[in-house]
Each structure stands twice: as C-alpha cells, then as structure tokens.
Design a protein around this ligand. Sequence first.
Ligand code: 4AD
Ligand code: MG
Length: 457
Amino acid sequence: MKHIDVKELFANSKEYKDKSVTVCGWVRTARDSKSISFIELNDGTCLRNVQLIIDKENAKNISTAVVPVGTALKVTGNFVPSERNGFEIVVTDLEVLGECPADYPLQKKFHTLEYLRTIPHLRPRTRFFEAVFAVRNELSFAIHKYFHSHGYKYMHTPIITGSDCEGAGEMFRVTTQPWKTDCKTEGEYFAGDFFGAKAGLTVSGQLEGEIAAMGLGKIYTFGPTFRAEHSNTTRHAAEFWQIEPEVCFADLHDIIEIAEDFIKYIIKEVVENCPEELAFFNERSEKGLLDKLHSVINSDFVKLKYTDAVEILKKSGKEFKYPVEWGCDLQTEHERYLTEEYFKKPVFVTDYPADIKAFYMKQNPDGKTVAATDLLVPGIGEIIGCSEREADLGKLKGAMLKRNMPLESYTEYLDTRKFGSVPHSGFGLGFERILMYITGVQNIRDTLLYPRTVGSL
Ligand code: 4AD
Ligand code: MG
C-alpha cells in the first residue's frame, strides 16, 4: 500500500510541502463544522497526529465527511503549511480501510492508566502507550549499541533451564506431564517428564553467561526473565526483560565503572532520540523528568558501603516499617530514603553481608561481606544487581555447601573455576525498571504490552 509515514512527513516537511501525499492511520479526533471537517489522524510512527482538512464544497466526491474515532483511513491530499499545526493535509481522496463502531472503548481524549490496563489489546492506540513503546524501542537499541560498540558478544542463553540461579526458588515449572498420583517420589515424577528432569523458566541468564564469558571474554544477554514471586508491587512483574553483561578480567571496581558508563550512555541516547516522548512524559508522568535525566548524565553516582548505609539509616531519625540492623536486607523504604532523600541521586551500595546475597558472589577478606553492589535510583529503588564472582573453587564450593546446594548439579559451572579460573564480574539490569526511571511511568504494568503479574495473565 503506497503511503508515507507521518513521522517521515514531518521530519522532511520541506520536501513534501505543497505536494500530494498519501497517509494511513486511525482517527484520533474528528470535528465537523458547516463547511469543513477536521480529523486528527495517527499512524503510530510518531506521537504527532496529522491534521486532515476536508473542505466539503471542494470535496463532494468524498462520501464520509466525518468518520468515527478509531476508524482506519487511507487519505490523499495536499500537504500545506498551516498556522495552527505547522502542516496539514487538504484531503482530495479518502478511503475507509476499517470501520469503527460506536462501542470502541477509546472514545475520550484522555483515559486513566487503570482503565487502559483493562484493555491491553487497544492500549497501543493511545498517545501514552505510543510514547512508552517508542522509548522502549529506542532504549533496547541503545543497549545493543553500547555493548556492540564496546566489543561485547550478544549471547542467547536458554530460557528453559534446570538451575535456579538466584537460589530463591522462584522458578516457574515447565512440564508436559499430565496430573499423576502414582509416583512415590518427586524424582520418579520428574523422570517421566519431557526432559527427564525438573525444568523451569530462567530467573537469570547469569550462570550460562559466565560460561560463555569464560571463553569469549565479555558477553551480554538481553532476554526474558521469569520470577514466580508473590510480590504484588508496582515494580515486580512475573515476566520481565533483563540485561546481563559478564566481563572477564574485571573486579567489582571495574564493573561498577562499566555499569555507570552504560547507564549514562543509554539515558543520553534516549534523551537525544526521543525528545517528543520525553517532553510528553515530563508533562504527563513526572514533572522535572528532563532535568532529572540531564543531571544523571552529568553527575557521578554515589558509592557507599552497606555498613555506612546502615549507619546513615540508623541516624536518619526515620520510623521505618522494617528496623535497620547490620545484616538485614535493605527494604524498598530504606533504598528510597538513601537515594531520594539523603543523596538525591543514584547510589551504588557495595559490600553487602554474605548471608543475604547469592552464593556466586566473591567473598571479601573480612569473612563477612561480599564484593556485590546494587544500584539504587530515586523513585524506584534497585535497578541493578551486580557482583564480582567468586573465582576460587574452594571458596565457591564452601558457599554452596553452606546453602545446602547440590554440588553435583553444578559440575559444569564449577569446572569454570577448576580450569583456568579468572576474576570476572557482571550485573543484571531490569529493563522495565530502567524504562520506568527514564519515562517516570509509575507502574511496571504500564511498560509491558501484556504485563504478567501474580494473579493476572
Ligand atoms: O538482583 P537480581 O535478582 O540479580 C540477578 O538476577 C543476577 N543474576 C544479575 C547478574 O548479576 N547477572 O535481578 C537483577 C535486576 C534487579 O535489579 C531488577 O532491576 C530486576 O532485575 N528485577 C525485576 N524487574 C521486574 N520484576 C521483577 N520481578 C524483578 N526481579 C528483578
Ligand atoms: Mg537484586
């Protein structure tokens, strides 16, 4: 179907000025006066609508002067300068591609996000979701661009896996086996299943990422991640996307530098390439969003030891729901105090107690903490989980045994430490979390086409 994208039309308006153009799209609004009809058409290629003018006198051949909101159209007309809209199309030919009956749920100009969550299949036809998905697209591209230009290899790690990387037991099970009651043990039950073993959806590509990095030097993954957490919050989804670089010959200090450089780069790319979308979010979801993003690009992130974070929290005089003691896991309220009230910028909290972190993290010489860091940002809390990995075979086995992990299930992973082990580090960035941070969108459900959360498929 020969036509021009509305984005292209506005981007190269000089070229199309006073020429006949054909565009396609959906009617966003329609107004009728005695002699003229006005239609705002959107084709999804950019936030802007193109205004169509139908002069009833001169367009007698056009049968449908005003068409209902939601109707799909193909129109041809002259692309002419206009005082109000910059440019508009004076229509000479109009074809209805798809009619839209009156029960179309997007009749109003403004709908609440709560309402739109009830019609996920139609949300992409709204300005808000057009902006969300435009930024989502630009952000993924920026992520690939960063790693590609820095010599990382993009790895596709398995989605179906037998290992619960984070060790939190939050895996969704994958099975083809019907309901069975005659098995005596769990082992017997899974032996009859598709893989002959218990299988699930990955909670992280890290362990496979480490295996790839221990030959390819530096890699990253960017894929779907699944967690059967019962956290019904605005920041948790059961299916989200995670970016996980893994870098050999890098210690915690090095990987923090990489993470900071990477975050600033991807924000800068979105700021440069999505000005209209960010201006929209600056109005609609977070006042001061643009200032925030510029200041993040230009400032140094705080690096703070967990032990010092605990001191700051204890001295804060705040009544936290979960009291703070050395050894406790930081809760969202603590993370938000540090990053929103105390420092007012992104904070890397480093050197957490070993007992609250995963088995694979490098044990510090103090015998109590690990070389790990979480990156916390205002408004959200944790967006990155990061660590130097334990490269010493004996120490790694010790940490696994302490957590009652079956070493025999990890022989391949342990081989990376047995054969030519090297210092290496990596992190995991929650894609929807950074998207929320960049757009000011408050609920993770509004960053995904079809959000999967506990109790809702
Ligand atoms: O901190 P996490 O659990 O770290 C890992 O999975 C490591 N294996 C990463 C690594 O070192 N390669 O998760 C990483 C990030 C979190 O900081 C958060 O941004 C995001 O993933 N995340 C979620 N995002 C949305 N919904 C959830 N349920 C999430 N759980 C974690
Ligand atoms: Mg974490």
